[in-house]
Design a protein around this ligand. Structure first.
Ligand SMILES: Cc1cc2nc3c(=O)[nH]c(=O)nc-3n(C[C@H](O)[C@H](O)[C@H](O)COP(=O)(O)OP(=O)(O)OC[C@H]3O[C@@H](n4cnc5c(N)ncnc54)[C@H](O)[C@@H]3O)c2cc1C
Length: 400
């Protein structure tokens, strides 16, 4: 019986395992994760987990479901080495596990902070982080959020819901301007302000001091902020170091071909935040750090293992969502690749979208706020490289 070994038991890893069974894969499936807790989903960690009464996200693969699906869970020991010659992986407790197919789904972790960590500083990636932040938000009055990206903005939003005084700091002049351009960045700035959040954009941090009664955040204009809590959301880096001696191509993620196979190998795949694969639509390798990509790439990899004849190339249109204050944000495609943008307002319904085009006039990405129907149209339209004018006409029709 062949064995598929999956390293990393979060959304990408568990989806590969479950999709393999759904496709009728009859081989052994072993799922390894360094955390000792049942696999869980991360998006709620910066949303419901912080604000609702419910302290635990839904497990992705409880032990009884794993048993029912004949998926062997090996939790609580990290993979520390891949030996391609045997082939097998080695866990930190010395266990060696062989495989016929290997799926690398070790995801990402928070980018190391340039400041020493201490009691009043919280990062957010794992369930343990989420629970710690949840507790800290309930015993704090003031919080500084460092980083105004998706995670920072969601934490700021949750902290306001809980009634804290919030200041958000980011070295960029507007939040998420790199992704959506300056005009949309200004809207994100106003969104924070409308919700009572103080923003210090265009400012760097020179240090974070731990005092007995507060944390002191030093900004590069020599001002300081005294707060009870600091939440740092400055991005992530892939968990690929354990592969450094393996001989696999690793360059800010596991380098894969357009079928998500590690370069030069036909039985080793990567999926989710750790995968850097050749994306035909973009004509370059990309690494995507969003939930939907992890799910779709896992689906693709499961098919590539169970039904290799049925897969072509993995070249999805990107999709991500985020909840910030009263905004339900959905993004399709790559707005950052756009040369120009066009904004459509539907103020009566408190919704709008921004559509981004290439110089040729074809749609490359869409940001939709409180407008799920537009987001739905957008993913298809980006896939079809629809002319901007056609897309705008279809969005216009939705306003009526
Ligand atoms: C707080 C938060 C909120 C988010 N919200 C959204 C959202 O609203 N929308 C969205 O699109 N995306 C969101 N994301 C991103 C999304 O959750 C990730 O893209 C997704 O979790 C990636 O899944 P993954 O399985 O590839 O990796 P990960 O979720 O990073 O999981 C990797 C797993 O591998 C394990 N692991 C790592 N190294 C080893 C090793 N050496 N040996 C064994 N196991 C190992 C880890 O313990 C972990 O369980 C959010 C992320 C966070 C942290």
């Amino acid at each position: 019986m062949p064995t598929t070994l999956i390293v990393g038991g979060s959304v990408a890893g568990t989806r590969v395992a479950l999709d393999l069974r759904q496709l009728g894969y009859a081989g052994d499936i072993v799922l390894v994760d360094e955390q000792a807790v049942a696999p869980y989903d991360r998006p709620p960690l910066s949303k419901d987990l912080l604000t609702s009464a419910n302290e635990l996200p839904q497990p992705l693969l409880p032990a009884d479901r794993a048993r029912e699906k004949a998926i062997e869970l090996r939790l609580g020991a990290a993979a520390v080495e891949l030996d391609l010659a045997r082939p097998e992986i080695c866990l930190e407790d010395g266990t060696r596990l062989g495989f016929d197919a290997l799926v690398i789904a070790t995801g990402a972790r928070t980018r190391p902070m340039p400041w020493p960590s201490h009691e009043r500083i919280v990062e957010l990636r794992t369930l343990a982080d989420g629970r710690r932040l949840r507790r800290a938000l309930r015993t704090s009055r003031t919080v500084a959020v460092v980083g105004a990206g998706f995670i920072g903005a969601e934490v700021a939003s949750a902290a306001r819901t809980l009634g804290l005084d919030v200041v958000v700091i980011d070295p960029a002049p507007v939040p998420m301007g790199r992704l959506f351009g300056d005009e949309m960045g200004q809207r994100f700035t106003r969104l924070h302000a409308m919700n009572g959040v103080t923003t210090r954009f265009g400012r760097g941090i020179t240090g974070i001091e731990d005092r007995a009664d507060c944390a002191v955040v030093h900004l590069d204009d020599t001002s300081t902020l005294n707060v009870d809590l600091v939440v740092v959301g400055i991005g992530v880096v892939p968990n690929d170091e354990w592969l450094s001696s393996s001989g696999l191509a690793v360059e800010n993620g596991v380098v894969c071909d357009s079928r998500c196979r590690a370069r030069g190998h036909t039985n080793i795949y990567a999926a989710g935040d750790v995968a850097r694969w050749f994306h035909r639509r973009h004509n370059e390798t990309v690494r995507v750090e969003h939930w939907t990509n992890a799910v779709e790439q896992a689906q693709f990899v499961a098919k590539a293992i169970a039904q290799p004849w049925s897969v072509a190339e993995f070249a999805p249109v990107e999709y991500v969502w985020s909840n910030q204050y009263e905004w339900k944000i959905q993004v399709a495609g790559r707005p950052d690749r756009g040369a120009s943008e066009c904004v459509i307002e539907d103020s009566g319904h408190k919704r709008f979208c921004a559509a981004y085009t290439r110089p040729s006039g074809t749609l490359v990405g869409v940001l939709a706020v409180n407008w799920p129907k537009v987001a739905l149209l957008a993913r298809r339209a980006v896939a079809d490289a629809e002319p901007m004018a056609d897309f705008l006409a279809r969005v216009g029709a939705l306003r009526k």
